[in-house]
Design a protein. Structure first.
Lengths: 527, 464
């Protein structure tokens, strides 16, 4: 048998691990347990209460009483623990893999000390309506963190309320709407401009806020098209929602002209900085002429992604727009911190209370571990890593980086496997499935696939040169398989928790099953 | 002064030797080359003005802990605040699971790399489905406010109408959220409550219903804790004019209370913070939306919907996105509203909670809260000048304490309670001026008889 060390990271060669994802054949939870088993006991109602109250259910009208007990699992505590532990092992967090394959998501290291701090009872056991005197610590953290974001962006005030990036984009669209309404131009200004390489939510949130969406496509070099922008603006323009660098990793050098053109037409400019990882300490929203911007604390600011939240989309605005921010704002009078609801023109509430405080705490701790120099180091190493990985990846057969040939990229690159597809018939998403066999994520891209057979890689600052080499080696291996043995790739996964899924039920209303009860009903199986 | 170059522990390639090697590899003289597209006018000159960092982990911990120690955590037995965020017991297993790096640090992997996330969230939705007696439940969105706002937008799209009716007894913050989110095209009309029960005023409701109404929305329990006892009548009246019944509930009540599907709800929504999330200063919220398995409704969800499907291996389960083409991920502004990162980890946690509780645990917790609510209402209601009888309907977990006859302000009373280590109920005087000096008091399963007695006796001292 072959000595497996020949595939290990020795003598400067990257790993090619004999990975296999955990595969517990884990039943769906409803198939576990036995009638009568208990996972936890609930505090009993004391006899003293029962005696004084009588039958508390007596005045519950018949129609409000639950008739049949819910068909929840009945499981002992260790069985619940093991079930979820098994499922957790069948999941790949950043803690476990070289997570550069989920480009645009900024899968960086989330420092453990920050998680530990957020678990202190002084964080977890705070009720949001406690007397302000009892929550001075968390208000101070929110206030301090706002000051930090102001410096990083050049904006004048922030709200930390939106629950993630898209909620922040919606908040920005809502503020833009409030601004034009206050100028009595709300009815006339009914268009928002974005670009196809800005996040889908820039278009979708603007639509929900009532706007018609105009989407600009890139020019021949892959830069947002300035001429197209000039043609798009008018007295109907409410605003520009745009990201930079775009999802291609290309920075728009004419961004200040973009904001000038929109301002000249009377619109506002909102900078989607969900991912600002390559630009910390390099360039800011303010100097590029933006009126609003937002940061995803679960991306640039390191807080863990939690399988898709909880998260924070911190939204910053210039002085002119502060009056429209959601309430409350955190204020400091030199002695104490307080919540300020006195904003008569506020768009109101974006979520209950004040934002996801533990996420804000973790982001604050992350910045405080790095400082100004450290943040700039984050940006520079993220960009160095990206350009290093690009060099490695572009040496792989069948892949290219469309647009801006010969130019550098900022923090990510949108690649194309079009050539490999033409030569092997293997699609980008199939490369992704096969990559999972080697223990890493790989994501194609948001739709539509303007770049054919796309994938987006974003190495952040969190991976070592050896790990970047390993990731590139995995892609090289899979691309090689596509040429030498395409069926091996096409029939993947081979080392996953499960085998290839039959996707047909997901789009068939007769077959789709969004809950176990629906599954049992539609398949005719019984409990 | 020369500063020592710091090699950051979070940044593997920050050592000068590695950087030099990588720069050489890509043929760049320095990192500035990568920023060639950033015009110099836009470049930050010098360094940002940020606080000096705490470079060692020990110093960082000391700094942040120092800030956090300025907070006073709510003691479960001394905290009577609710109003949308609740101090229920959080089972240790809930924390154990949501702290695991496999879940905590994962994001948006595909069904083959992140099978665990798909299955746990499918199971969460399935357990919610059992509680709600509904076949469709979404992967969590941000919070109960967003869930209600989206549920109402769904109702408008389904009916092709643009007017919704909501009760006047509703969190004013939530109403603010609805007003912002339903702008510009959807009109919100507020229905008065019946002053005796606290439920919707059915006469006024009748007069406002017409074929232009998309939905009648109500909450059970209401924001002030009273149960809506006319659910069947309200949804029946809505259905008669072709409108939908949209009901917001706290799922923690559903082991004992009937799920809204039983009284005619078409869409059910709410917040799952009660199901295993710490309060976290309001950071534990997550929203759910549920309905029957009607294609017309399903296609109007903006959220991810995870489905179960067979794999190549007979008997094996796979998971994936149901009707993905609905979403803004697939269709940008042509998709349904939008979808993105929200609160998935809290969905996983709520699943763990429901699995631990089982049918018996959910029944006992619901029953226990009904008993304690009634007991607290009764005992506090005995205090001279204090009334807890604003509404005749049964209450769940919360109730209004009317201090008007004591001549004291809630703010003063709460200050006095605080000096004894008690967090009194939410002051309602700003939110509902018609209630005058009243507070919203909350009791859960964590309160013992002695805890409630202490609140009552301390209130007695304070107001007399």
């Amino acid at each position: 048998m072959k000595d497996i060390r020949v595939e290990r990271f020795t003598n400067g060669k990257p790993n090619l691990r004999r990975f296999h994802q955990a595969s517990w054949d884990e039943p769906v939870i409803f198939e576990l347990g036995q009638p009568g088993q208990r996972g936890i006991l609930v505090p009993e109602v004391e006899e003293g209460i029962r005696t004084r109250v009588g039958d508390a259910l007596a005045d519950l009208p018949e129609g409000l009483r639950r008739k049949d007990p819910p068909k929840l699992p009945e499981m002992a505590q260790p069985a619940v623990l093991r079930h979820y532990d098994h499922l957790s092992q069948e999941n790949l967090g950043v803690d476990f893999n070289i997570d550069v394959g989920q480009g645009t998501c900024t899968m960086k290291y989330s420092p453990k000390v920050n998680d530990q701090l957020a678990r202190m009872p002084e964080m977890t056991e705070l009720h949001p309506l406690q007397d302000e005197s009892t929550v001075q610590g968390i208000l101070e953290i929110m206030y301090r963190f706002e000051q930090i974001l102001k410096e990083i962006s050049g904006m004048d005030r922030f709200t930390l309320q939106p629950g993630a990036g898209s909620a922040a984009i919606y908040t920005n669209a809502s503020i833009i709407r409030a601004y034009h309404d206050s100028c009595r131009k709300g009815d006339q200004r009914d268009e928002v401009i974005t670009t196809i390489f800005s996040h889908p939510s820039d278009a979708a949130c603007a639509k929900v806020a009532g706007y018609k969406v105009i989407t600009l496509y890139p020019d021949a070099d892959g830069y947002p098209d300035l001429e197209a922008l000039k043609a798009a603006v008018s007295e109907r323009t409410a605003g520009l929602l745009i990201t930079n660098p775009e999802d291609t990793g290309i920075f728009n050098p004419r961004i200040a002209e973009f904001t000038q053109i929109v301002h000249a037409a009377g619109g506002l400019c909102s900078y989607d900085q969900a991912n600002a990882n390559g630009l910390l300490g390099i360039t800011r929203a303010r100097e590029a002429g933006f009126d609003l911007c937002h940061f995803n604390l679960h991306k640039t600011f390191s807080t863990p992604h939690g399988c898709g939240g909880p998260a924070v989309g911190a939204t910053g605005v210039t002085r002119e727009l502060v009056r429209f921010l959601p309430v409350p704002l955190v204020e400091y009078d030199g002695k104490k911190y307080s919540l300020n609801y006195d904003l008569p023109e506020s768009i109101g509430k974006i979520r209950p209370f004040y934002g996801v405080a533990p996420v804000i705490l973790k982001a604050y701790a992350w910045v405080m571990a790095l400082g100004a120099e450290g943040l700039r180091e984050v940006a520079e190493v993220a960009v160095l890593n990206n350009n290093y990985l690009m060099k490695k990846v572009l040496s792989i057969r069948g892949v290219s980086a469309p647009y801006a040939a010969g130019r550098r990229r900022v923090e990510q690159v949108r690649y194309s496997w079009q050539k490999l597809y033409e030569e092997t018939g293997i699609h980008s998403d199939e490369i992704g499935v096969r990559s999972a066999d080697y223990g890493v994520h790989f994501w194609t891209s948001h739709h539509p696939y303007v770049v054919p057979e796309p994938c987006t890689l974003e190495p952040t600052e969190s991976y070592s040169i050896e790990e970047l080499d390993e990731y590139a080696a995995i892609l090289e291996q899979v691309a090689g398989e596509a040429y030498s043995d395409p069926d091996l790739v096409r029939s993947a996964p081979h080392n996953s928790t499960i085998h290839k899924i039959d996707h047909r039920p997901f789009d068939d209303p007769q077959q789709w099953a969004i809950t176990w009860r629906a599954y049992l009903r539609k398949t005719g199986e019984s409990r | 002064m020369t500063r020592k170059k710091i090699v950051h522990p979070y940044i593997p390639n920050s050592s000068p030797e590695v950087k030099a090697r990588m720069l050489q590899e890509v043929g760049a003289a320095n990192v500035d080359e990568f920023y060639a597209d950033v015009p110099s006018a836009l470049r930050i000159q010098g360094q940002m003005n940020l606080p000096a960092p705490f470079l060692s982990e020990a110093a960082l911990r000391r700094h942040v802990e120092g800030l956090l120690r300025k907070n006073t955590p709510a003691q479960p037995n001394r905290n009577f605040l609710g109003a949308g965020c609740y101090q229920h017991h959080v089972p240790a297993i809930c924390d154990e699971i949501n702290q695991r790096g496999e879940f905590l640090t994962a994001y948006a992997g595909e069904p083959y790399d992140d099978h665990g996330r798909f299955q746990t969230l499918f199971e969460y939705c399935s357990m919610m489905g059992e509680l709600l007696e509904m076949d469709v439940v979404n992967v969590p969105n941000y919070d109960g406010f967003q869930a209600a706002a989206t549920a109402l937008r769904m109702a408008c799209r389904i009916t092709g109408r643009a007017r919704v009716l909501i009760p006047d007894i509703i969190s004013q913050d939530k109403q603010s959220r609805l007003r912002d989110y339903l702008k510009p095209e959807i009109e919100i009309i507020v229905v008065k409550h019946d002053p005796s029960t606290g439920g919707m005023d059915l006469k006024q409701l009748e007069s406002l219903l017409s074929s232009t109404v998309a939905a009648v929305y109500f909450e059970n329990p209401s924001y002030l804790g009273s149960l809506e006892v006319s659910g069947t009548e309200i949804t029946g009246m809505a259905h008669k004019v072709g409108a939908l019944g949209v009901v917001s509930v706290d799922p923690i009540s559903l082991g004992i209370l009937a799920p809204p599907a039983r009284y005619g709800a078409d869409i059910v929504c709410g917040d799952i913070q009660s199901l295993g999330m710490h309060m976290q200063f309001g950071g534990g919220q997550a929203g759910f939306i549920a309905s029957h398995d009607d294609e017309k409704i399903v296609m109007q969800y903006p959220s991810r919907l995870f489905g179960i499907a067979p794999t190549r291996l007979p008997g094996e389960y796979g998971f994936g996105d149901v009707a993905y083409d609905r979403t803004s991920f697939a269709k940008r502004e042509e998709g349904i509203e939008w979808v993105g990162t929200a609160a998935a980890l809290w969905g996983i946690t709520a699943g763990v909670y429901l699995a631990l509780m089982g049918p018996q645990g959910m029944k006992e917790i619901g029953e226990g809260i009904l008993y304690r609510t009634r007991y607290a209402r009764q005992e506090i209601g005995r205090i001279k000048g204090v009334s807890t009888k604003l509404f005749s309907a049964p209450h769940f977990r919360e109730f209004v304490v009317d201090f008007n006859k004591t001549g004291m302000k809630v703010a003063e009373i709460n200050k006095a309670l605080l000096s004894k280590g008690i967090f009194g109920g939410k002051d309602l005087s700003q939110e509902f001026p018609w209630l005058g000096e009243s507070a919203l008091v909350c009791v859960t399963e964590v309160h013992t008889q002695a805890d409630i007695d202490l609140l009552a006796s301390t209130l007695q001292e304070v107001v007399s």
